[in-house]
Ligand binder design. Sequence first.
Ligand code: NAP
Length: 277
Amino acid sequence: MRIGFIGAGKVGTNLGRYFCSKDFPIVGYYSRNYENAVAASRQTNSRAFTDLKECIEACDWLFITAPDDQIAAVWSEAEPFVSVEQFIFHCSGAKSSLVFATDKGVSCFSLHPLAAFANKEMSLTQLADTAFTLEGTKNVEQVEQALVRLGNLIAVIASEEKVLYHAACVFASNLVVGLSATAEELFVASGLPNEFAKKAWRQLFSQNIQNLLIMSPSDALTGPVERNDLSTVSDHLAALPPESVEIYRELTKKLLQIAAEKHPERDYRPMERKLDQ
Ligand SMILES: NC(=O)c1ccc[n+]([C@@H]2O[C@H](COP(=O)([O-])OP(=O)(O)OC[C@H]3O[C@@H](n4cnc5c(N)ncnc54)[C@H](OP(=O)(O)O)[C@@H]3O)[C@@H](O)[C@H]2O)c1
């Protein structure tokens, strides 16, 4: 199975490097900017193509690793050169394989790595720890079997569930970035020096993540909500600026649900009422 990529960006380059490290044969890259295709091909012992058709015809599995909004446009350029026995992939979390509109009977998939690819040099160890979801219209089992050799955690997901699934990924990653930035701003607002504000939360954050990696959210939960410290939560609500108070309120409702299940003997109703005010 020969693999080719259209789009030598972060995901295309990292996936190619990873597949290559696992002895999956990489044919090469076609990209909008040829020099990016050259850079990715050098890292994967493969070719940089100047001709889209040539790239497509050289592979069995074709990955379109362009930004989500470009996938359909790239596909409309590529589709005339694709043949029925080829497998076509994109790597979007939110979009399904149905973005590949075709009446050729080609097998189309989305293979989403649950990782934040900030650059093209992600370590192979990180890639080995990355889970994937696979979705497709046909031959899904065949692809799943072929990917077993990678050794990564892989699950199959239904096309219609992709958006909800991707929202879950956003909760576990991007929204955490938003929460960390909010914490930093609130440290500054509470009069602490910028340098302190940038660093102080890191240990707290890291301890929490370490706990969450080995425990359930229920076991990892600490703080005023779990302790049922109503006055502390009320004071927070009163002190927070309007742009943070709604985030705090909604997430605290979630914590309250976890706390109530963890400690059925505690009466959290006054806190619940406070949060609903
Ligand atoms: N980054 C992440 O953390 C992450 C995680 C999981 C999944 N994904 C998914 O992976 C896919 C790619 O994301 P990315 O982060 O790798 O984006 P990226 O770094 O911006 O790379 C996109 C690549 O697509 C190429 N491209 C754009 N339009 C093209 C066209 N018309 N023809 C040929 N190539 C074209 C660009 O080419 P040039 O560079 O040559 O201009 C670029 O190399 C997206 O579907 C995204 O949702 C991303």
